[in-house]
Design a binder for this molecule. Sequence first.
Ligand SMILES: C[S@@+](CC[C@H](N)C(=O)[O-])C[C@H]1O[C@@H](n2cnc3c(N)ncnc32)[C@H](O)[C@@H]1O
Length: 344
Amino acid sequence: MPRDITLLWALRSPCSFACPHCYFGELEEHKKALPEGLGVLSHIPVRDLDRTVLEAFARTLADSPVERVVLAGGEPLDWLPTLSLIKTIKDAGCEVVVATNGVPLTRPGIARRLVDLGVDGVSVSLDSADAATNDRLRPSRSRRVGHREVLAGIRTLLDERGSGQGPRVGIYTVVMRDRPQAITDVARLAADVGVDYYVPQPISLPADHRLFAERCHTAEDVPAVEDQLRRLQEDPRGLTVPGPSYTRQFLASIATQDSGRVEDCFGGAQLFFVQPDGSLWDCPSDRRIAATASSEQRSIAGADARTLFTDRPVRTDCSHFSRDCVNMGPLVLGMPRLLAREAT
Ligand SMILES: C[S@@+](CC[C@H](N)C(=O)[O-])C[C@H]1O[C@@H](n2cnc3c(N)ncnc32)[C@H](O)[C@@H]1O
């Protein structure tokens, strides 16, 4: 059986950061009323699966078609059982990439454990090279940690790795309409800190989000973003960055809010998305989730990864193109490049 599936696994709901644009929504709003509906996420963990259920599913990844697991959330490293789950997933022969806000890497022993477990990649989120701007865009709930601790976490991980092979360490930046310069500013910082890869990604918000007008790009923002992405391609400062096709898709996605066609989409063929409550989707795009029939809704709870994906179709065209598609590219087709298993 070919191993060619990437699972984007939002493992736990809570996060010590309170980014107002987060896919998981805003905690304070959800305390008033927990959102309901297909695919809806929340930082309130009432529906998160138990550790035993997660471990049972993870054990079935051995001899399954799952090649890579990207652990995200919420914050996966604020929950200690994540470390033993990583061991189970690695023992099953899968590649593991951890997406983190970076602060847990400063805690004693966490970075060392990720190195010892053989984690393949650690992607740290940072939205601005300027500390005050980053901490406004990505505030921590306590307001006591932010940019400085994120960089300290990255440095701790790089120190623990030393001259070893892994993990590869990268920075992910959410690009917002008023700050195209973040694309090259964060690249400069990433190179100075010494990380391996860097991915700027477009902010993706539903049209009724309170920050939509302020932060989401429109067609008129394309020239400034294009200029920044071109500069990054011309001078990646020694970082591995997504290639020219990513730049084209990024620009196409921010030029419109309309859905478009994606040829040969990997969603539901080579990419699946797991929510903290175990729900399994073809991809995390809210448009695609909304278009999923309830009869097609599945869960990893009690499921076996060796049989769960047997009926998956080959890649087909999808009519739900959005900014989410851009953000998924580096996880699936782009990941071998970021983890440097292919020449860059
Ligand atoms: C939801 S976080 C979870 C993992 C981890 N807690 C972290 O901070 O990276 C995963 C990634 O999604 C990004 N993200 C969150 N909301 C987004 C949005 N509306 N549009 C684009 N990216 C978003 C975050 O910045 C982060 O890079």
